[in-house]
Design a binder for this molecule. Structure first.
Ligand code: GTP
Ligand code: MG
Length: 252
């Protein structure tokens, strides 16, 4: 069973080493794939040092310039799948998504196709250090996306997910077009439309330990109209559209 954790990074030099070590300390046999966008703070050099220290446990996809979270994940997922991952984890590199939830989330993949680390399912919680404005924005974004798209998942904007490789194959990564916050919503929506079994595992979401947010206000506002596009683009998807279930075209 090959398990790959995809970590997108932009200026996470002060978090990356600790994060990789926390992941390796888990009772899981996993490798880490860092997708770095030429972070000016030298995150890439730290990833290279970790690669030398722990051969085979970490790889680096270096993209050179900041190109957004969505495309970072899509490229990272493709690479993980091409290298034969059976399970792919996505999470932030800043400790908002605590590594200690992973063993439970992974074991739930026995019964589910996608497990979401969820702030808004019973038992989940948000860091009390979040200011009221951020709590409201997050709650509003979730309500907005869920109402507009009819999403069942309570934490539709969650970026902490454990995917079976078959689910990612069936999703069809080429369908996913969002690059900012809506990337998370689009993946959850498409997975639901395609009839995948989704479980929400409650998590306590911590504010980032060190460093700054990379998400500008422009990205947050772009998300509001982008949700409409996601709805229009995928509303006709049904379980029959899972890519892995499409019969190969006969060459005869
Ligand atoms: N490769 C890559 N990673 C990114 C990009 N933007 C953000 N990230 C990473 O994606 C993860 C989530 O971004 P954050 O800046 O933490 O966004 P956020 O969680 O909404 O903001 P905070 O609450 O302030 O942490 C982090 O690991 C970032 O380093 C990007 O353009 N490219
Ligand atoms: Mg964060």
């Amino acid at each position: 069973m090959k398990l790959t954790v995809v970590l997108p990074t932009y200026n996470e030099a002060r978090n990356l080493r600790e994060m990789a070590e926390a992941l390796w300390a888990l009772p899981l046999n996993l490798d880490v794939l860092v997708v770095d966008d030429g972070s000016p703070d030298g995150t890439g050099a730290i990833a290279e040092a970790l690669m030398r220290e722990q051969p085979g446990r970490l790889s680096l996809l270096q993209r050179g310039a900041k190109r957004g979270l969505g495309t970072a994940y899509i490229e990272g997922f493709h690479m993980a799948l091409d290298r034969g991952a059976d399970i792919v984890i996505q999470m932030d590199a800043d400790f908002s998504h605590a590594p200690h939830y992973l063993p439970d989330m992974v074991s739930q993949l026995t019964n589910y196709d996608l497990v979401v680390g969820s702030r808004y399912t019973p038992g989940g919680s948000l860091d009390p250090r979040w200011e009221l404005g951020r709590v409201m924005l997050s709650a509003w974004a979730n309500l907005y996306a869920r109402t507009l798209l009819g999403i069942q998942v309570r934490d539709a904007t969650a970026g902490f997910k454990a995917w079976r490789a078959e689910t990612l194959h069936g999703l069809g990564l080429g369908r996913i077009r969002s690059n900012g916050y809506v990337f998370q919503v689009e993946c959850a929506y498409v997975a639901e439309r395609l009839g995948y079994r989704i479980h929400e595992h409650p998590i306590h979401f911590e504010d980032r330990r060190i460093g700054q947010s990379k998400m500008s206000m422009a990205v947050k506002f772009e998300s509001a109209w982008r949700v409409w596009q996601v709805g229009l683009q995928h509303r006709n998807l049904t379980p029959a559209h899972r890519l892995s279930t499409i019969a190969p075209v006969s060459s005869a």
